[in-house]
Design a protein. Structure first.
Length: 166
């Protein structure tokens, strides 16, 4: 498993029974009290997305999981948070921002206080219907059909099961 230099931001949560830290999108996701709260991503060097350049690395920081309705109030309280360029529904604190360590501690305190603005409920996974993978062959079969006294040949598609080879 990838080692994360900044995993320390989750130290408070590691001993909590209602906290889960697991891999997600190549980073580490924090689930706390049933909600996805933060995603730690440490991928250095990517400053662009869809042709647009950013002054910060797009996947090198902490994403704050929140609903868009809370962005304004969170950004007023924490003006250093920006919308993530790839996942704009979440807020982002890049590691390249000055004083990010103190700033992430402020966000972590907010998460610990169970502020309702931070966190999203995970969507239930839908069960995909699995189709049986059987080889079916469509064979065109010529059938004689009498129409108004004339005999014509038409093709119909029929399915033929593949027989097991011996």
């Amino acid at each position: 498993m990838k080692q994360f230099e900044n995993r320390w931001i989750f130290e408070f949560f590691e001993e909590k029974p209602d906290a889960i830290i697991k891999s997600m999108f190549g980073g580490l996701a924090l689930y706390y009290q049933g909600q996805l709260k933060m995603l730690l991503s440490e991928n250095v060097g990517d400053y662009s997305y869809r042709g647009k350049e950013y002054e910060f690395e797009v996947w090198n920081g902490v994403l704050i999981a929140t609903d868009r309705i809370h962005h304004e109030s969170l950004q007023q309280q924490f003006p250093f948070l920006v919308n993530h360029p790839v996942l704009p529904k979440w807020l982002y604190l890049p590691f390249t921002f000055e004083g990010w360590e103190e700033r992430i501690e402020m966000i972590t305190r907010l998460v610990r206080s169970a502020d309702p603005r931070v966190g999203v409920w995970p969507q239930e996974k839908s069960r995909k219907k699995t189709k049986k993978k059987t080889a079916k062959k469509v064979v065109k079969k010529k059938v004689a059909k009498k129409v108004a006294g004339k005999t014509t040949k038409i093709s119909t598609g029929t399915k033929k099961k593949k027989r097991p080879q011996k």
